[in-house]
Write a protein that binds this ligand. Structure first.
Ligand code: C5P
Length: 228
């Protein structure tokens, strides 16, 4: 069985940076499942689809032409129906749309196989909200990465600032709390740690420390994995 490492957690916990770095170090594939939901949210906004309308959102999910392409500088570009989403995919507007479309069970089902198809040798690091609970319940390592809402908002603020974001920190904190609330309360695949997940609070840890802890967990479960 191809090993999967599931890294779940709320927005701003550092899942993306940790997942990407661990995948690089191991030479494994990397799935950013949040980008899949963001792409659906982006496509729904583009098409003017009502984000609350489950059948229309699900139809869009079924027909979504989604491509992840690495450009010459190594950056991952996301193409939705052949359009490069660019920085728009990372905006708070698209994040909020993603969290709304992600609340529809049928739309989630439509995206399930697409995510499972990312499981390819020699292994996969998958990050999101339900990687360890729903998409890859047989993951060999499950990490639930979290941090206080204040720390997460501050991280997002610095990240977004670099892209010319004009909002304020309190506004961002409120948005993050609203999204956490919606992601945790939804009936299907809510944001929660799998029973067998290793819970890691990154509030007072550096990125490098979290990466080392996850790599140590992988080695303890998978054995001596080559490090690139
Ligand atoms: O991780 P990211 O912030 O990019 O995810 C955007 C939104 O997509 C989340 O707020 C969540 O609603 C949704 N999502 C999800 N399941 C996943 C990954 C993301 O519902 N596995």
């Amino acid at each position: 069985m191809i090993p999967v490492v599931a890294i779940d957690g709320p927005s701003g916990s550092g899942k993306g940076a940790v997942g990407f770095a661990v995948a690089r170090r191991l030479g494994w594939h990397y799935l950013d499942s949040g980008a899949v939901y963001r792409a659906l949210g982006f496509a729904a906004l583009r098409a003017g689809v009502d984000l609350r309308a489950e059948p229309a959102v699900t139809a869009l999910a079924n027909s979504l032409n989604l491509q992840f392409v690495q450009d010459l500088s190594g950056e991952m570009r996301v193409l939705v129906n052949d359009e490069d989403c660019g920085l728009a995919l990372r905006s708070e507007q698209v994040a909020a749309a993603a969290s709304q479309v992600a609340a529809h069970p049928a739309a989630r089902r439509a995206l399930l196989e697409r995510q499972r198809a990312a499981r390819r040798p020699p292994g996969l690091i998958a990050d999101g909200r339900d990687m360890g609970t729903v998409v890859f319940p047989d993951a060999v390592v499950k990490v639930y990465l979290t941090a206080s809402a204040e720390v997460r908002a501050a991280r997002r603020y610095h990240q977004l600032k670099e892209t010319g974001f004009g909002g304020t920190l309190p506004q961002l904190l409120a948005e993050i709390q609203e999204r956490d609330e919606r992601d945790s309360r939804r009936a299907v695949a809510p944001l929660k740690a799998a029973g067998d997940a290793f819970v890691l609070d990154s509030s007072t840890l550096t990125l490098a420390e979290v990466i080392e802890q996850v790599l140590a967990l992988v080695r303890s479960r998978v054995g001596a994995v080559p490090s690139v």
